[in-house]
Design a protein around this ligand. Structure first.
Ligand SMILES: NC(=O)c1ccc[n+]([C@@H]2O[C@H](COP(=O)([O-])OP(=O)(O)OC[C@H]3O[C@@H](n4cnc5c(N)ncnc54)[C@H](OP(=O)(O)O)[C@@H]3O)[C@@H](O)[C@H]2O)c1
Length: 329
């Protein structure tokens, strides 16, 4: 089978701990090079992780003609600029979420993907590759909970580290960008459509100037989706779908452990049934799906159009909070 040679832009913690191992575990995985703004750091990480090549700048990595695909886990404000540069160097790109600083910037990337349709670009919403969602979709299709009425999601953690990119407004920090983007993405994914209106409320951290708590109400016709995300709250995540005849709870909707089963709870007729899904590395499944699209020249599962639509809703939450009113989309 054809192997895809990957280059990794930066020594990002997430890349080192999750995505590089996922590329290696994938069917076609081959991490060929890593780059850092600091050559010593690139060399050290390459040595530790046994990566054959290391570069002291992102430009040098992009100039390596043997690289087929680039993984971009840079801070959010560098997602679009470096994804476009990588495409101009002829590389496919798996780019971290959220894809851009706003929908306008995401549209620049969309334009580039239309100019270079032979290159695959995908936003790394890894949660979609976990088989628990196929199970949820199947429960919904079988109308196990009757007619869906509403969807609610929560994603929180505590991080007040002043050095962390999530606490820097200029880098696209804040909870809405970091984790609210998942709640919005999941609402759109489950309902299979775009919200018609959005109401958002943010709480801004006075020290850092980023949102530390964000809530939103999204309407999808008769259905509603609500979410709360926070970067100053106890670690938690949960998603609940309410129907006329029951409800479905997804215990870890966003990053279920790769080593333990995932659990879904179906409540109906006064009973709560547990559905266990075998453990799986959703990051590896994401890499497999992306490289499958490269090798077979097929559409990526999450196209950049989807990323633009997600940014559009994120923009609307910010705007709604600023205007203190509902935003019609
Ligand atoms: N999909 C997921 O499950 C998931 C989970 C966590 C994070 N993420 C995403 O991954 C991205 C990185 O997150 P992370 O936690 O890995 O962050 P991180 O450890 O801070 O890594 C970001 C890297 O970007 C590089 N960089 C370039 N310019 C920078 C600047 N001005 N300031 C700081 N760093 C700069 C640095 O690498 P060099 O010094 O080597 O150049 C740094 O190591 C974010 O977009 C985040 O949303 C996704």
């Amino acid at each position: 089978m054809k192997q895809i040679k990957w280059g990794v832009l930066s020594t990002s913690n997430f890349g080192i701990n999750h995505l590089i191992p996922a590329i290696r575990a994938s069917k076609t995985g081959n991490v060929h090079a890593i780059a850092s703004r600091d050559k010593n750091k690139a060399d050290r990480v390459a040595k530790e992780l046994n990566i054959p090549f290391s570069y002291g700048s992102y430009e040098e990595l992009l100039a390596d003609e043997t690289i087929d695909a680039v993984y971009n886990p840079l801070p959010n404000h560098l997602h679009v600029p470096w994804t476009i540069k990588a495409m101009e160097a002829g590389k496919h790109v798996l780019c971290e979420k959220p894809i851009a600083m706003n929908s306008k910037e995401a549209e620049l990337l969309l334009r580039k993907t239309r100019e270079l349709p032979e290159l695959k670009v995908m936003e790394a919403f890894m949660y979609r590759f976990h088989p628990q969602w196929a199970e949820v979709q199947s429960l919904l299709e079988r109308q196990e909970i009757g007619t869906v009425q509403s969807f609610h999601s929560v994603f929180t953690y505590y991080n007040d580290d002043p050095e962390n990119i999530r606490n820097w407004p200029k880098m696209g920090g804040g909870g809405l960008m970091d984790i609210g983007c998942y709640c919005i993405s999941l609402s759109r994914f489950l309902f299979g459509s775009e919200p018609e209106s959005v109401f958002g409320k943010l709480e801004i951290d006075p020290q850092f100037g980023v949102d530390r708590k964000a809530s939103g109400i999204l309407t999808f016709g008769e259905k509603t989706a609500t979410f709360t995300c926070s970067t100053r709250t106890h670690d938690y995540q949960r998603a609940i779908i309410f129907g006329t005849d029951g409800l479905i709870e997804i215990e870890r909707p966003f990053n279920p452990s790769g080593d333990e089963p995932a659990y879904i709870y179906l409540t109906k007729n006064g009973e709560r049934k547990t559905i266990q899904i075998d453990s799986v590395d959703q990051y590896r499944l994401q890499v497999d799906a992306f490289t499958h699209s490269i090798i077979n020249n097929t559409a990526v599962p999450t196209p950049v159009e989807d990323a633009v639509a997600n940014m559009n809703v994120i923009d609307a939450v910010f705007k709604s909070d600023e205007k203190r009113s509902v935003i019609d989309l």
